[in-house]
Design a protein around this ligand. Structure first.
Ligand code: CUA
Length: 367
């Protein structure tokens, strides 16, 4: 016995250290924002409320049960001089009690659970504050997300823009295998299927950029099927809508300064582009990028093989939320997509560093 207790005593510091680490990990909420414990919308608040409700019930029961156990251990602990205690086998009364109490507890917890299930599964309705819900059609692709706004005709990818205060009504499908749409701070996970539409809704309450992910294993790059939800004030959201529409004019072929000067038919002011940007634009078509990617948010092809690149110059991330949108990362992604996401469908013909740089310079102009 002495040997065991000495060993046990030695492991106390390690145990305390582990406990400390676990407690401190719980404080890192802002650093790891992809958590349903920091709700920023009504749907997530309902789920979080249910969770906290259950946690408090469970804590109270834990304290009662463990308190009674500790009390019994100390109160009825044996002494070396005690005789062997009376042996008991089975007690119908006690067994009924310890079956009925947990059943009653579960029945109590079931009430808010079922209420929350029905409330979150309801079809979103127009409200006095937010007006009509904003419909967004979501499509899952291996391995990126497409978002289409029928109200504005805007198509985009990997960045879901939503206005604060207006409910978003997501109608979701997939073009290939099963995926699962998940923005923990706004709503619970919802699987998406190829042949059946699933729905999800939420109302953002706070502006910001919130990470989201695919929550269902969907192949080699499932872990890199990320996206961001950009919640902004309704004025900022309107600005985004306007900018997406403005950028949707099909890009004219680049012209020389002399051609522009000689053009007497031009009515709109021509934005001068550098030789590198013009070269990038030419390469974008030449290197077959334009075969899969549309640069137009409005009026582009309906079925996109690759993500829509409207506004790619100002997106926060590339490669479906995996890489920060720096020139260096974008260049690497364009030249060697398979080294970033092995198995990705982006097939790129060989290109030089300078060619990739030109394409990056061109894409940067798509703000
Ligand atoms: Cu899509 Cu996992």
């Amino acid at each position: 016995m002495r040997h065991f207790s000495a060993q046990w005593r030695r492991s106390i510091p390690t145990g305390l250290l582990l406990l400390g680490v676990m407690v401190l990990a719980g404080c890192a909420g802002e650093q790891y924002p992809q958590s349903s414990l920091h709700p920023k919308g009504d749907f997530a608040e309902l789920v979080d409320g249910l969770f906290m409700n259950t946690v408090w019930w469970a804590t109270a029961i834990f304290i009662l049960v463990e308190g009674a156990l500790l009390w019994a251990i100390f109160k009825f602990r044996g002494k070396p001089t005690d005789a062997e205690p009376k042996q008991i086998h089975g007690s119908t009364v006690i067994e009924i009690i310890w079956t009925v109490i947990p059943a009653a507890v579960l029945a109590v917890v079931a009430v808010p659970t079922v209420q929350t299930i029905f409330r979150t599964a309801a079809i979103p309705q127009a409200s006095a504050e937010g007006g009509e819900p904003l419909l967004v059609e979501v499509s899952g692709h291996q391995w990126w997300w497409e978002f289409y706004y029928p109200e504005y005709g805007i198509r985009t990818a990997n960045e879901l823009h939503v206005p604060v205060g207006r409910t978003v009504d997501l109608r979701m499908k997939t073009v290939d295998v099963l995926h699962s749409f998940w923005v923990p701070q706004f709503a619970g996970k919802r699987d998406v299927f190829p042949n059946r539409e699933t729905r999800l809704w939420f109302t953002a309450k706070e502006a910001g950029a919130y990470p989201g992910a695919c929550g269902e294993f969907c192949g080699e790059q499932h872990a890199k099927m990320l996206f961001h939800t950009i919640a902004s004030t309704s004025a900022d959201f309107d600005t985004w809508v306007t900018s997406r529409k403005a950028d949707s004019v099909a890009y004219a072929m680049p012209r020389s300064a002399a051609q522009i000067a000689a053009d007497t038919t031009a009515v709109a002011p021509v934005v001068p582009v550098s030789a590198q940007v013009a070269e990038g634009q030419r390469l974008f078509a030449m290197k077959t990028c334009s075969g899969c990617h549309s640069l137009q948010a409005v009026g582009g092809p309906k079925v996109a093989i690759g993500p829509n690149l409207s506004g790619i110059g100002s997106r926060r991330y590339i490669a479906s939320g995996w890489l920060e949108n720096t020139d260096e990362n974008l260049k690497h992604w364009i030249r060697f997509p398979d080294s970033v996401k092995s198995g990705v469908k982006m097939i790129v013909p060989p290109m030089t560093d300078a060619e990739a740089e030109a394409i990056v310079a061109f894409l940067r102009t798509k703000q």
